[in-house]
Design a protein around this ligand. Structure first.
Ligand code: NAD
Length: 503
């Protein structure tokens, strides 16, 4: 979702008001003004957080030039070991600036502080450590060739950076998803121009400063702020100076970026949308399954690409699961991020809430029965200006309904009954997306059997979101192209060159 709130030309006669925090672009190690500013609002109460400096073509040119110069500088000549040392130092510096990053992330997203601490910022540090390890252990092919005519040759591949990489990320887990791409890009020796979401500019700007503090040379990571079309996103993806694009966001945006890079045939890595299914068999441990479903449906107010929006339940336990999950939804505590009792924050923006509300209306038109939520909560004075929404649960829908086919990206799920294992697999796979799935069962063989037949990139059994950062992450169909994670990331962020030496 994009929502341009204001657009004021910045001129000497119209300087930005001093009282409002200014978030500038970060290019070549310096804060750089944009062509105009836009407002970043707090989703908790609608208050103004910052004026963000939007990059125009000129600023994007400067950022790409800074990244190119840094690639040709000392950074480009560092050994893998030296880069791994810097990555570990970045992780240490993130931990030192932990509270500042939590404040930036919570301010932009309104998510509970506990979630930002336990998930977003903790994972940011973990991402840098993980890829320092991955690149240190990475090897490449070597072959001793022996031809029938007696010639012998040694073939070995060396790994080179992809070059200047455009990193474009969304707003839902801003720092986690940015560092998930930045850490392997840096591990591989690349330089980077980051375009954070217009909804979450703060943590990326702060991270750029932290990277310098940790010893990363200026220009290796640059940050340009702005929107997609006719703004920093488009200027970056169409720029002739970039060597590849790694993108996380909506499938339709992925498609636009593919068209933008097609004329110059640049590689892309895409982590896109999902309409993820969970399948609950009657033999599942019901309490664990219901708690797991509540988490996979409502974590981060449903704004995680891996969140479950379709829940298929074996008919014998349908009513029990429905009652249990509705109870869990009703128990969620919506509130201010700093309150430790808060489990659930607002949606990212009023524009995104309007989209989610349109699906709540559509579900009613499609004949849904509401088991929980379904509208805007009343949270009292002070929070009225925020983009709050009730955690929602439906029955009465099936795979023919748009509500069950299209990604809502909010705290919503439809419960649908099934009778056989084959039917459950068919229903779960009946989607244009293919990111993630969860199978709940106590039958070990069935767990493996069903998990492997899910047409997705990530298939969980009796858990959700549990990750090993070395394992492949990504989706099939509309959910993406390529895999990131462990050596899969390095395959995107580096180019092997084969050397053949006749012996
Ligand atoms: P979005 O596609 O609207 O925006 C993502 C980023 O792309 C933003 O920085 C935006 O400014 C930029 N952008 C938009 N149009 C562009 C264009 N034409 N050219 C270049 N850049 C452009 O997505 P969003 O609303 O920020 O995020 C939510 C979406 O992200 C959901 O669909 C969700 O499923 C997906 N997502 C996927 C994963 C995954 O790993 N598969 C993870 C998180 C989120």
């Amino acid at each position: 979702m994009t929502s341009q709130t204001t657009s004021l030309p910045l001129t000497a006669s119209n300087p930005a008001p001093q009282a409002t925090r200014q978030l500038r672009n970060f290019i070549g190690g310096e804060h750089v003004d944009g062509v105009r500013t836009f407002d970043k609002l707090n989703p908790v109460d609608g208050s103004l957080i910052a004026e963000v400096h939007e990059s125009g073509r000129h600023e994007v040119d400067r950022a790409v030039a800074a990244a190119r110069a840094a690639l040709d500088g000392p950074w480009g000549r560092m050994t893998t070991g030296e880069r791994a040392t810097i990555l570990r130092r970045i992780a240490d510096t993130i931990e030192r600036r932990f509270d500042d990053l939590v404040a930036a992330e919570v301010g932009d997203t309104g998510k509970p502080e506990t979630l930002a601490r336990d998930l977003d910022v903790a994972r940011a540090a973990a991402n840098f450590r993980a890829f320092a390890d991955v690149v240190s252990a990475a090897g490449l092919d070597s072959f001793l060739t022996e031809l029938p005519d007696g010639r012998r040759a040694l073939n070995y591949a060396v790994r080179k950076p992809l070059g200047v990489v455009a990193v474009i990320v969304p707003w839902n887990l801003p720092l986690l998803l940015l560092t998930w791409k930045l850490a392997p890009a840096l591990a591989g020796g690349n330089t980077v121009v980051v375009k954070p979401s217009e909804e979450t500019p703060s943590s990326a700007t702060l991270l750029a400063e932290i990277l310098l503090e940790a010893g990363l040379p200026a220009g290796v990571v640059n940050v340009v702020h702005g929107f997609g079309e006719d703004s920093a996103g488009e200027f970056l993806t169409t720029h002739p100076g970039i060597d590849g694009v790694t993108f996380t966001g909506e499938s339709s945006t992925g498609s636009a970026i593919m068209r933008a890079v097609a004329p110059r045939v640049r590689p892309v890595s895409f982590e896109l949308g999902g309409k993820n299914a969970a399948v609950v068999f009657a033999d599942a441990d019901l309490d664990t399954a219901i708690a797991g479903l509540a988490r996979s449906t409502y974590l981060n107010t449903g704004q995680v690409c891996l969140c479950t929006e379709r829940i298929y339940v074996e008919r014998a336990i349908f009513d029990d699961v429905a009652a249990g999950l509705a109870e869990q939804a009703a128990r969620l505590r919506l509130g201010r991020p700093e309150d430790p009792a808060t489990t659930t924050g607002p949606l990212i923006s009023q524009a995104h809430r309007a989209k989610v509300l349109s699906y709540l209306d559509l579900a009613q038109q499609e004949g849904a029965t509401l088991l929980a939520g379904g509208g805007i909560p009343s949270l009292g004075p002070g929070l009225d200006g925020g983009s709050w929404i009730e955690p929602t649960l439906w029955t009465g829908l099936d795979n023919s309904h748009r509500t069950v086919r299209e990604e809502v990206f909010g705290p919503v799920a439809a419960l649908i009954p099934f009778d056989t294992e084959e039917e459950a697999i068919a229903l779960a796979n009946d989607t244009d997306y293919g990111l993630a799935a969860v199978t709940w069962t106590r039958d070990l063989s069935r767990g493996h059997r069903v998990a492997q037949r899910m047409r997705v990139g990530m298939s969980w059994v009796n858990t959700w979101y549990l990750r090993d950062l070395r394992s492949p992450f990504g989706g099939v169909g509309l959910s993406g192209i390529g895999r990131e994670g462990g050596h899969h990331s390095l395959e995107f962020y580096t180019e092997p060159t084969n050397v053949c030496v006749q012996l």
